[in-house]
Design a binder for this molecule. Structure first.
Ligand SMILES: [Mn+2]
Length: 324
């Protein structure tokens, strides 16, 4: 197997020889996939090429402060033919959602990701399950190509890494994470400003949604499992959407004695329940998520299931109670 460095150089060659390039990011995008994709586009531009970034949902309002968000395409029907598609922060093909058409007729695919459950679906798979964020891999891509990291690129990569590490606080935050963050800070980025926009900025509507969600908090398994719900009705009542519930699960996870936290959310059409899982020390929630059709990491994972929240919650608690 080639080294990561060889894979990056091979990917660079494919980019240089491609006519039409698209970058696919995952449904319900976060700072890691958007920051990584936008930084990757900067690298592609430095090769004298360009790429369109696709996302089913477009950019969440919380990331609206990044100028690059305006150019994210949400088009769900074919409008261009791409010969090279680069996947960023996606563990499997279904993560494309409604922009799946982008890769349907492409000739070549590159997969850059850090999910341990990645299905290695592309022609080149640059997957490092130990990396705390895909942003770290995009940083390595720049280094492998000796490409210049501008202040703007540094902001995008910092945002990616800060997002997936919970502002450098999750267990995945290792020496490599801080070393790369240090290199990015050296480019003159505004760490305090980015942190404020990413982690503290909020809205009245979001706080009202949080109030309703906290009202559903329940404990199971002798206080080792905490569960919260966000229903379609709550989104409607507060004029919010799924992106406004990002981070809610942290409140359940942080309760003393809790090992596993779950947040069950209705999708806007009310057909699917999206479940986020977090663990604190010994439970591999990616295994639970995989059993139920999803995936993720040891401490953070998720899955979606058709049905109503109470039914999905029952199935979930049965599974969790077997391993906790
Ligand atoms: Mn990620």
């Amino acid at each position: 197997m080639e080294s990561f460095n060889e894979l990056y150089l091979l990917a660079k060659e494919k980019i240089i020889n491609a006519d039409n390039i698209a970058i696919i990011t995952h449904i319900n995008p976060d700072g890691d996939c958007i920051g990584s994709a936008a930084a990757l586009r900067e690298l592609i531009l430095s090769f004298g090429k360009d790429a369109s970034i696709y996302n089913e949902n477009g950019c969440p309002a919380s990331l609206g402060f990044i100028e690059d968000c305006k150019s994210v395409c949400t088009c769900s029907a074919p409008d261009t033919k791409y010969d090279l598609v680069i996947w960023v922060d996606c563990g499997s093909l279904d993560r494309a959602g409604k922009v799946a058409w982008v890769f349907n007729s492409c000739k070549y695919m590159i997969n850059i990701d850090h999910h341990a459950t990645n299905t290695m679906f592309a022609d080149i798979n640059i997957v490092d399950g130990k990396a705390s964020a895909t942003g770290l891999l995009i940083y390595d891509f720049f280094v492998a190509c000796s490409a210049e990291i501008t202040k703007h690129t540094a902001e995008l990569l910092y945002m990616a890494i800060a997002t997936d590490t919970g502002n450098f606080s999750y267990a995945s935050t290792d020496k490599r994470t801080h070393m790369v963050a240090g290199e990015l800070i050296e480019k003159g980025i505004d760490v305090s400003g980015i942190s404020q926009k990413l982690f503290r900025a909020t809205t009245y509507n979001r706080l009202k949604l949080m109030q309703l969600a906290l009202g559903t908090l329940k404990m199971y398994c002798d206080g080792k499992v905490a569960v919260m719900n966000v229903t379609k009705a709550m989104f409607a009542e507060t004029g919010t959407d799924s992106s406004d519930s990002e981070g809610f699960i942290g409140y359940a996870r942080d309760i003393g004695g809790v090992e596993v936290a779950a947040l069950l959310r209705d999708t806007t059409d009310g057909k699917l329940v999206k479940v986020s899982l977090r663990s604190n020390s010994y439970t591999d929630v990616s295994k639970i998520a995989e059993e139920l059709g999803g995936g993720g990491h040891f401490y953070a994972a998720g899955f979606s299931m058709e049905g109503k929240i109470p039914d999905v919650e029952k199935i979930l608690i049965e599974r969790i109670s077997k391993v906790i």
